[in-house]
Design a protein around this ligand. Structure first.
Ligand SMILES: NC(=O)c1ccc[n+]([C@@H]2O[C@H](COP(=O)([O-])OP(=O)(O)OC[C@H]3O[C@@H](n4cnc5c(N)ncnc54)[C@H](O)[C@@H]3O)[C@@H](O)[C@H]2O)c1
Length: 269
């Protein structure tokens, strides 16, 4: 229970990776503020217990959690999420920026400003906004010497941020901004003992990816470009996020860890 008495605010927490991250953090003692557009899991998800909301599942497993309705593209709702977390649990120690927006593949020429606006509002501005609120809160708290930090942020980007995947220029560009805000933000706040790291997933079986996984041609391309013999699960990502929140990773900051079955290594055989 290395995260006992820690409070973790997770966005995109109702489904997929965000949900698995909440469960992993709670299993290690963290109290959870589960933030999402809605409490219900994405109906296309692969969770077998989708009918139970994340916060309820944490409580059922013996942990503490609340649900907070938040659209991270809305500044007021993000501020409310932090004030609710403080009034309920008194502090926030860990923030995981997992909420993300994706739209089906299309060529660059067919993208428009509306699409770019939505991607930027959620993936870039939403992640930056939640991170700033987190840092402001962390700065009001002391460094925990046993944990090694004043607070931790873990962002979720995408392997498409580092390599060009066909048909998702706007998504890739906004996820690349998440990678770089990880590095640049970590540089500013290392002096404050605030760790900012990022996990960059490959193809992971979640509701967001289901239509690609079920499309024979797209899935064949994804399998071909993933050297490991299977695609990822939400648990593969949650395990690495958990590591980035535990004491042994306290001297890591500004890192973008690919968790992608080798997708970004190079040309597969
Ligand atoms: N599934 C993949 O293959 C894959 C690959 C690389 C990166 N990602 C990224 O992983 C993250 C998690 O996605 P997932 O695959 O678990 O999908 P998911 O659909 O299972 O979960 C995403 C959750 O984010 C929530 N969300 C979306 N927009 C939001 C907003 N504006 N405010 C608050 N919550 C919002 C959704 O309601 C949903 O519950 C995303 O950032 C996504 O871009 C996914």
């Amino acid at each position: 229970m290395s995260l006992k008495n820690k409070v973790a605010l997770v966005t995109g927490a109702s489904s997929g990776m965000g949900r698995a991250i909440c469960l992993a953090l709670a299993e290690n003692g963290a109290k959870i503020v589960s933030c999402d557009l809605r409490a219900e899991a994405n109906p296309s998800g692969y969770e077998t217990d989708r009918e139970i909301a994340t916060a309820d599942l944490v409580i059922k497993n013996g942990g503490e959690a609340i649900f907070q309705r938040v659209d991270i593209s809305d500044a007021g709702q993000c501020e409310s999420a932090f004030s609710t977390a403080i009034s309920k649990f008194g502090r926030v120690d860990i923030v995981v920026n997992c909420a993300g927006y994706w739209e089906p593949f299309r060529d660059f020429v067919d993208e428009d400003d509306v699409l770019w606006g939505k991607m930027a509002a959620v993936n870039t501005l939403g992640t930056a906004r939640i991170s700033r609120l987190a840092i402001r809160q962390f700065l009001k708290q002391e460094v925990d010497p046993a944990w090694g930090s004043r607070g931790r942020i873990v962002n979720i980007s995408s392997c498409a941020a580092g390599i060009a995947f066909p048909g998702e220029v706007a998504y890739s560009a906004t996820k690349a901004s998440v990678n770089h805000m990880t590095r640049a933000g970590a540089m500013d706040h290392a002096k404050d003992s605030i760790n900012i790291n990022c996990v960059s997933p490959g193809v992971v079986a979640t509701g967001m990816a289901r239509q690609n996984i079920e499309n024979k041609d797209i899935f064949a391309l994804m399998e071909r470009s993933t050297p490991w013999p299977r695609i990822g699960t939400a648990g593969d990502i949650a395990g690495v996020v958990l590591f980035l929140c535990l004491p042994p990773s306290q001297w890591m900051t500004g890192q973008v860890l690919a968790v992608d079955g080798g997708m970004t290594l190079g040309v597969p055989p």
